[in-house]
Design a protein around this ligand. Structure first.
Ligand code: GLV
Length: 320
């Protein structure tokens, strides 16, 4: 019987089909550390890591029986995919369930920063009865009639474009590959260069995977090309943004604000970001709803069972 190692501690709804068929090891009460997984991995056929768990050469070399890495995420920058493929190990991801919740969070952050929702909440809690409430205070920016620029027009970018259209926004996009003309027309989006997108957009949302090409896709030069009234949203991966340059741009007012769900240096933002009122910070919540956690687990199980039994499709990652 195939042996499956899950690195993260999570409620078991979503894993029942897998547990009924295979010997599945979960950590108890906390995630397995990297060292614990490296110690155990030699016995396992399948590894199910979370998006922040590194599956590197050292781990793969310690796993002579490993046949499948079934990531709990659409992104797979935590995995050395080239090395897995070289070793004949299949890599799978979970693209479907993440689309709507991540696009919803991106829209939520746009609204939050623009309309100063969290900022108002913070102020009210801080100042209580003393807070001056008047109609010319905490003036926000509207989103209707404004332009959203989406960098990375995959499934999440497209879902965000639909939401932005519904809010009466114009949508520009930049992507490695341009969409077919009929899909652009269906989505009501316009392809532009990155420079044009940065110069024209009131909101810039990052929805691209983290690769060598997208590392610091927003740095000092790009922040300077954005409008002083622009808001940057990142629900993709932290290293897409040069966070030090972003702090500088926000302090200088060369952009208006930012909504960040991911950070360049791990789970936490640079401390200076915590001091800025024009920033809303969340802790990689893109897919963090109860129902999404369960359907992502089911998607991981479908990948594992489909791979081992061939009875259903597997969402394979075909290249790094
Ligand atoms: C979440 O970040 C994912 O890649 O699914």
């Amino acid at each position: 019987m195939a042996k499956v190692l899950v690195t993260y501690d999570m409620f078991r709804e979503g894993f029942t089909e897998l547990e009924a068929r295979y010997e599945v090891t979960f950590p108890e009460g906390r995630d397995f550390t990297y060292e614990e997984v490296r110690e155990k991995i030699s016995e396992y056929d399948v590894l199910c890591p979370m998006f922040n768990f590194p599956v590197n050469k050292e781990l793969i070399d310690a796993a002579p029986n490993l046949k499948l890495v079934a990531n709990y995420a659409v992104g797979y920058n935590n995995i050395d995919v080239a090395y897995c493929l070289e070793k004949g190990i299949t890599v799978a991801n979970t693209p479907g369930p993440v689309i709507a919740p991540t696009a919803n969070l991106a829209l939520g952050l746009m609204l939050d920063v623009a309309r100063r929702i969290t900022e108002c909440d913070r102020k009210l809690r801080r100042e209580g009865e003393n807070m001056k409430v008047d109609i010319s205070q905490l003036l926000g920016l509207g989103i209707t009639g404004k332009t959203l620029g989406i960098i990375g027009m995959g499934n999440i970018g497209k879902a965000l474009a639909k939401r932005a259209n519904a809010c009466g926004m114009d949508v520009l996009y930049h992507n490695r590959r341009r969409l077919y003309i009929d899909e652009e027309a269906d989505l009501n989006v316009t392809y532009v260069s990155k420079e044009e997108l940065l110069a024209e957009s009131d909101f810039v949302s990052l929805n691209a995977p983290y690769t060598l090409e997208t590392y610091h896709i927003i740095g000092e030069a790009e922040l300077k090309q954005m409008k002083p009234s622009a808001i940057l949203i990142n629900t993709a991966r932290g290293p897409l943004v040069d966070e030090k340059a972003l702090v500088q741009a926000l302090k200088e007012g060369s952009i208006h604000g930012a909504g960040l769900d991911v950070f360049e240096f791990g789970d936490h933002p640079l401390p200076e970001l915590l001091e800025l009122e024009n920033v809303v910070l969340t802790t990689h919540l893109g897919t963090q709803t109860l129902e999404t956690r369960i359907i992502m687990a089911q998607a991981v199980c479908n990948n594992v069972i489909g791979f081992l039994e061939g009875d259903r499709p597997v969402s394979r990652v075909l290249r790094p």
